[in-house]
Design a protein around this ligand. Structure first.
Ligand SMILES: [Zn+2]
Length: 519
């Protein structure tokens, strides 16, 4: 356990790129993962869990890329408790400056009987063997007994002691199914420390899921009872209802240092920016009322409680917007702002882009500035995301040639489209309850009819009727594979058409390769 003065240091283990990426609907390219990893390093997290290398070739490559290019935090990969997983994981993380292998096996009765069909003794043996194998490669090895909170405490203590004896440097107590209650979970951590005194010699981690909305509260209860590492995801994304949110855990530990009496190494001023980046790249929106990073979190700025705040900020404000890097101002770009200013702005926001991408973003910002008086920072970021998300030439099998939408009063909204599919021109028409519905029907009449539009979401980037529209959609094929896509344009109808075609192209290339789709 590391001590700083009389304060215990709590490690922030960010799993946005592993557990977070397993969120339904989120899927990131290697380049996007690297960008997020670099921003997480700038945020100052202690550990980045970069992926699950054996899950797919793509996962392996992404973890390797991050291990080789991100300096600062420990770079960790996940592996089940078997040789193949551990070997593959080591291959992916071995070039990191500080690599870690995180291996796990379920220990609860329900998982032992229903999933693994193995006895307590067999599982204990596998856990010990996995830790030993991982330690033969790497000095830093984390072990997780999956579904710990539903495991008999005697057996859990026995497993923890055995893996520490085998060389685990970190033991993690996951509430895999989000079942624990804060008081109960805190007591459990305390009791484990009593039963297994060896835990004081290693890092003790927790990994809480939010199925009952307790992920952050449970993590904090564990810290209060001696845990020295918290596993969490930016914006609380993750499997099912998600994980503990990194920003909420950190701001609790910082704002209530008087209560927790611990230190964290995070630079809180990078929180807001990191949160925005993860939301834009995964397409998972941040609720307005989300703690710490939601738009309403610092609503005093917008006039609510303004009287109290004007008298004295502390009347309503327990943390300042500046503490999380929320400036409130949005830098304005005019038509004379050049490539240099735009590059600097995006770099500041943590974006790493190729020259070609920068040129295209600059051209589009200028085009927008010609139509609109001012282009705000969020507009530039939205355009950058649109450019990053663009499909390659090869992936653009279906192209939009022309479209027209007619709508009005006492008239059925009608659309017609002309698409080019592998050079062949196809026409489609459709009607609907509104212009976008009609357009969607027109497109669907030409492309694969088994594709269904299952989600459609429009967001205006900045205020005004001339704002950029950010459209995100999800298409489902007949096997239930989901293809998400988004597009940004100043014309909402056009952005919708572009997003739908992007989704259809993704579905088509998935059908052709039978890979690359989302779970
Ligand atoms: Zn998890």
């Amino acid at each position: 356990m590391k001590e700083q003065g009389d304060r215990r240091r709590v490690m922030i283990f960010d799993t946005t790129l592993r557990d977070g990426e397993q969120s339904p609907g989120a899927s990131l390219t290697d380049r996007e993962k690297l960008m997020i990893a670099k921003q997480l390093a700038r945020l100052g997290v202690d550990v980045i869990e970069a992926g699950f290398p054996i899950a797919s070739q793509g996962d392996f490559e992404a973890v390797k890329l991050i291990a080789e290019n991100v300096k600062g935090p420990v770079i960790c990969g996940l592996a089940r408790a078997n040789d193949a997983d551990i070997d593959r994981c080591w291959e992916a993380v071995k070039n990191a400056y500080r690599p870690r292998i995180h291996t796990f096996i379920a220990t609860s009765p329900i998982h032992r009987e229903k999933k693994l069909k193995k006895s307590k003794e067999e599982i204990l043996k596998l856990a010990v063997a996995a830790v030993k194998r991982a330690r033969s490669y790497c000095d830093d090895v984390e072990f997780s007994p999956e579904d710990a909170t539903r495991t008999e405490i005697d057996y859990l203590a026995e497993v923890l002691k055995a893996v520490i004896d085998a060389g685990a440097t970190v033991v993690n107590i996951p509430d895999t199914v989000g079942y624990a209650e804060p008081g109960e979970f805190g007591n459990m951590i305390r009791e484990l420390f009593e039963r297994v005194p060896e835990m004081k010699e290693v890092t003790v981690s927790v990994h809480c899921h939010n199925d009952l909305g307790n992920a952050v509260a449970n993590s904090l209860a564990a810290v209060k009872n001696g845990a020295t590492q918290v596993e969490c995801c930016i914006n609380g994304i993750g499997e099912r209802a998600g994980n503990a949110s990194t920003e909420e855990v950190v701001m609790n530990l910082v704002t209530r240092k008087d209560y927790f009496n611990v230190e964290v190494g995070v630079n809180t001023k990078e929180i807001y920016r990191t949160s925005k980046m993860v939301s834009s790249l995964t397409g998972l929106e941040i609720p307005r009322n989300k703690a710490v990073v939601g738009e309403n979190a610092f609503a005093h700025e917008a006039g609510i409680h303004q009287h109290g705040v004007l008298c004295s900020r502390e009347t309503y404000e327990i943390m300042t917007p500046a503490m999380v890097g929320w400036s409130g101002e949005s830098l304005v770009i005019g038509k004379h702002s050049g490539k240099h200013a735009i590059t600097a702005l995006l770099k500041e926001e943590g974006y790493t882009l190729t020259d070609e991408q920068i040129n295209e973003i600059t051209a589009r910002v200028k085009e927008l500035a010609d139509k609109q008086k001012f282009v705000e920072k969020d507009d530039v970021i939205a355009i950058a995301n649109d450019v990053i998300h663009r499909l390659s030439e090869k992936e653009q099998v279906i192209r939009l040639e022309e479209f027209i939408v007619a709508t009005g009063n006492g008239f059925t909204p009608t659309a017609s489209v002309k698409l080019s599919i592998e050079g062949e021109t196809k026409m489609g028409v459709g009607t609907g309850v509104g212009s976008i519905d009609a357009l969607s029907h027109a497109i669907q009449s030409v492309i694969d009819p088994s594709l269904r539009l299952v989600d459609f979401h429009i967001k205006a980037i900045t205020g005004g009727t001339d704002a950029l529209a950010d459209v995100s959609i999800k298409l489902a094929d007949k096997d239930g594979n989901i293809f998400s896509a988004r597009a940004v344009n100043e014309d909402v109808v056009r952005a919708s058409a572009m997003a739908m075609l992007k989704g259809a192209n993704k579905a088509l290339s998935f059908q052709r390769n039978e890979k690359g789709g989302e779970r």
